[in-house]
Design a protein around this ligand. Structure first.
Ligand code: HDE
Length: 708
């Protein structure tokens, strides 16, 4: 049991991490193990309420019973109105070099200066208990506990958003969330109200392309990009501004599930992404991202064919390169989900000197919303005193009282004062290092409810995205549109949406229409042919991307133990996680003596929980597996989801038992499709290397007979 409470990687829990040290003061570590009441009074029995006679009524004077039940009755708080389901972890950020040429932000001022962070990943639509692998945007929110106060970069795994103005957010969220009459669907956007809204709101089109792409079903939080989305502003000590867009790039590359797999995983393991993050950190495989910035000098503000203030647009990387500035490492799991991951409160307006806003109307609205939402969610204005939210910087102000006040403030509570020695004192007009001063942007204009004409092109970048996709990525987008719109009951909504797609790409619109049984629409003329290779996952594979991937080895009595051992050793060296699966837990006897230890029983797992499958040689074992429906299905599913399959010697018979196309799996070109069929004489080393390479490729999207 102890292992559950004591994370195995205590090395990260050291005094070198000042946030961790701060949290230590809040961790409950009672001196004794005796049960007490809230008041510290020891309790004699917590299994039997106090009653009048063994068969009599329960007594009101049982204060322990009442306190226990009452506390339990109040355990829940409102879930986040969006991004309710999430998972978080602590870690650190460190810059590669000083960025002081562009910003006076202290945490970016020196190479290697470590700033503790807490990151929370999330889905948007579903409630707290929804499945991880739904088609949805993922949140990627980072709280930097800098020496000059907390900075929150509250981003997503997609670089644009559905709407341009925050005033539309309640409409958008009402439309995408479960429908009010029956609270369906749980997780995901495949329903009428979402597509009704989207089809009437052309500014959603670019984001819809991302949402229908594989980005919406990440293989792992560790394998997705993050984006600040808005254009922010860096500001130097002398008040010079530079526009900046933030990018997180995962070292393991950007990889996704396929839709059929995501749907199965939602049942087989609804905690798929959450578990993956937790286990990687527990195993010491700390996930890592590189922070990059796109910098645009103020004088270039109007040199783009879109508006920098429009959050439905990217700055193509080919136009403004992403400059790597530092790295983020997550190395510590929380100890209590509620206390830390549920109570963490992000806010776009938590900025530090050197980072400021722009007039992006979406950002401006967020700056209002996040503080407001915490007040209801966390029950009052003192949520920044909750341990996970506490800054490391000193806090000193005249804010007082309110629900849950934890601090005893002696002395005066107003400014100016003389009785308290004038404290706390503000920095005054001159500012100074470490003092936040708003960027002195010049503004003037009429009060007007109107958007700039520069916000009006809703299709060019949607087309840019489509043009940038590989053939298989386009196929997935078409299939996603067909699936989602296929779930829409309203004919006019379907038709209107297909109509919108004609402004993006004629082939796309025609293919979606075809899937819905609608006539092919007229394609719009003059759509851009521009593309941005940086947008395709084909170009975002990462380095050594086989690390932490999971390989299932299917065995039965009579398996080749030598093969299992040697492949396991080679793959483990490459960072692959190898698990041996058999019909039952325990051990299986190997051919020629000895045994192979089983890590998992087949009925508890599924191929969707692995990245690749290996079946070792051994006639008797292969016969047993071929007669085991769970094993046959395992191999078939892995094939249909495009995953690497290594079938050694006699094990090819399992492919036949799974009725896979023989000309593909046993043909000359099998290896090109990610099917490795080395016979017993091939060196296990070569096979292991080939498997690592196949894992690095992630999927074989041109394999015949895929379930996408
Ligand atoms: Fe959020 N968003 N959002 N959002 N958002 C919230 O704040 C909001 C937007 C994002 O792990 C809420 O604490 C408005 C864009 C993340 O705790 C709420 C608008 C982006 C998270 C809120 C947006 C995001 C939230 C709900 C339109 C990417 C989860 C609970 C202008 C750049 C943070 C909460 C976590 C959460 C408002 C749009 C990212 C209601 C009004 C664009 C990652 O305040």
């Amino acid at each position: 049991m102890a292992a559950h409470h004591e994370p195995s990687h205590r090395d990260a829990r050291t005094a070198e991490d000042p946030k961790d040290e701060q949290l230590t003061c809040f961790r409950a570590a009672p001196e004794h193990d005796a049960l007490t009441t809230d008041q510290g009074v020891r309790v004699d029995d917590t299994d039997n309420a106090l009653r009048a006679g063994t068969r009599g009524p329960t007594l009101l004077e049982d204060f322990h019973n009442r306190e226990k039940i009452t506390h339990f009755d109040h355990e829940r708080i409102p879930e986040r109105v969006v991004h309710a389901r999430g998972a978080g972890a602590y870690g650190y950020f460190e810059p590669y070099a000083s960025l002081s040429e562009y910003t006076c932000a202290d945490f970016l001022a020196e190479a290697g200066r470590r700033t503790p962070v807490f990151v929370r990943f999330s889905t948007v639509q579903g409630p707290r208990g929804s499945a991880d692998t739904v088609r949805d945007v993922r949140g990627f929110a980072t709280k930097f506990y800098t020496r000059e106060g907390n900075y929150d970069l509250v981003g997503n795994n997609m670089p644009v958003f559905f709407i341009q103005d925050a005033v539309k957010f309640p409409d958008f969220v009402h439309a995408v969330k479960m429908e009010p009459q029956h609270e369906m669907p749980t997780g995901g956007s495949a329903h009428d109200t979402f597509w009704d809204f989207a089809s009437l709101q052309p500014e959603t089109t670019h984001m819809l392309m991302w949402l229908m792409s594989d980005r919406a079903i990440p293989r792992s939080f560790r394998m997705m990009q993050g984006f600040g989305v808005h254009t922010f502003r860096f500001v130097t000590a002398d008040g010079r501004g530079t526009f900046v867009k933030f990018h997180w790039k995962p070292l393991l590359g950007v990889h996704s599930l396929v839709w059929d797999e995501a749907q199965i995983a939602a049942g087989r393991d609804p905690d798929f992404n959450r578990r993956d993050l937790w286990e990687a950190i527990e195993a010491g495989s700390y996930p890592e991202w590189e922070l990059g910035v796109q910098l645009v000098p103020e004088e270039d503000e109007f040199s783009f064919d879109f508006d920098l203030l429009d959050a439905t647009k990217i700055i193509p990387e080919e136009q403004v390169p992403v400059r790597p500035v530092g790295r983020l490492v997550l190395n510590r799991n929380p100890q209590n989900f509620f206390a830390e991951t549920e109570q963490v409160a992000f806010h776009t307006a938590n900025v530090v000197p050197g980072i400021d806003f722009t007039n992006d109307p979406l950002l401006q609205g967020r700056n209002f919303s996040y503080l407001d939402t915490q007040l209801i969610r966390l029950g009052g204005p003192n949520f920044s005193q909750i341990p996970v939210n506490r800054p490391l910087a000193d806090v000193n102000h005249n804010h007082r009282d309110g629900y849950g006040q934890q601090i005893i403030h002696p002395g005066t509570n107003y400014f100016p004062n003389s009785l308290g020695g004038g404290c706390p004192a503000h920095a005054g007009a001159g500012g100074g290092p470490g003092v936040f001063r708003h960027y002195a942007e010049r503004v003037e204009g009429q009060k007007i409810r109107e958007r700039s004409p520069s916000f009006q092109d809703h299709y060019s970048q949607a087309a840019l995205f489509w043009n940038s996709m590989a053939e298989w990525e386009r196929r997935h987008i078409v299939e996603a549109f067909r699936f989602e719109l296929g779930k829409v009951e309203s004919g006019p909504v379907r038709e209107r949406m297909v109509g919108n797609l004609t402004h993006v790409n004629g082939d796309l619109a025609a293919a979606v229409a075809d899937g819905l049984g609608l006539p092919a629409p007229e394609a719009e003329a003059g759509i851009t042919a521009a593309s941005s290779p940086a947008l395709s996952q084909e170009n975002l594979r990462g380095e050594n991307a086989a690390r932490t991937r999971k390989l299932a080895v299917l065995v039965a009595a009579g398996t080749d133990a030598g093969q299992v051992a040697s492949v396991r050793e080679r793959l483990t060296d490459s960072g692959v996680l190898v698990e041996v699966l058999a019909a039952k837990d325990g051990e299986v006897p190997a051919v020629g003596g000895g045994t192979v230890k089983v890590d998992r029983a087949l009925p508890t797992m599924a191929s969707v929980l692995y990245d690749a499958v290996l079946v070792p040689d051994g006639a008797e074992a292969v016969n047993a597996l071929a007669a085991e429906p769970a094993a046959v299905r395992f191999v078939e599913e892995a094939y249909r989801h495009g995953k690497p399959l290594a079938v050694l010697g006699e094990a090819t018979r399992l492919l036949t038992a799974a009725k896979l196309p023989g000309d593909v799996v046993l043909g000359e070109a099998a290896a090109e499709y990610g099917i490795l069929t080395a016979n017993g004489t091939a060196a296990p080393g070569e096979l292991a290397d080939a498997l690592v390479q196949a894992l690095e490729q992630h999927r074989f999207p041109y394999r015949p007979g895929l379930l996408n």
